[in-house]
Design a protein around this ligand. Sequence first.
Ligand SMILES: [Zn+2]
Ligand SMILES: [Zn+2]
Length: 206
Amino acid sequence: MYLEAFSDNPYATNCWLLAGQGSEEAIVVDPGFSADRVRSLLRAAGKRPVAVLATHGHYDHVGAGAELCGAELPFYIHKEDELALSDPEAWGAGGAFAVGRPADVRTISDGDVLSLAGFDLEVVHTPGHTPGSVCFRTEDLVFTGDLVFRGTVGRYDFPNSSPKAMSRSLRRFLTFPDELEVYPGHQLPTTVAIERATNPYLQALA
Ligand SMILES: [Zn+2]
Ligand SMILES: [Zn+2]
């Protein structure tokens, strides 16, 4: 498996690039701010993007989405965060700026399975940080966006956050198998086992 990340932006937001071993096709999870950076990393690895996935609508995660997608690539985002692309004020994000809507937006819901680049990615709706926050999981790994980080969790004090929903979503994270590798929206990778054993926010729920 090919898995690469970069996070050199003002918010240290991780952009994840995923491809199968020996496959040219790559998935971009949270394109961040720099379409050029995504393209050059993939080109260097002999990969080409086939889809862009958003864990949620915050601009540090989806800023480069429209540019990266151009007219060709589909952009997947939960239906409750779709408005973030065009009208973050109405979405409830306060003073955020609109990042622009990719040409081919495909809205996703809990339980959807996206078959892309040889992977089956299940959409797990985990609201709280934003209404349309999702995790994308395969048998081996999960992209958690701003739900769970190494040793901490995402903020749930934005105008459109919900602490109650966050608690439910964190409990749902705890139902994931221990061996799942966790690739969060910020900071370093971890595993479900490590977070279950050491994350104080998750332990407070148990
Ligand atoms: Zn966020
Ligand atoms: Zn974030």
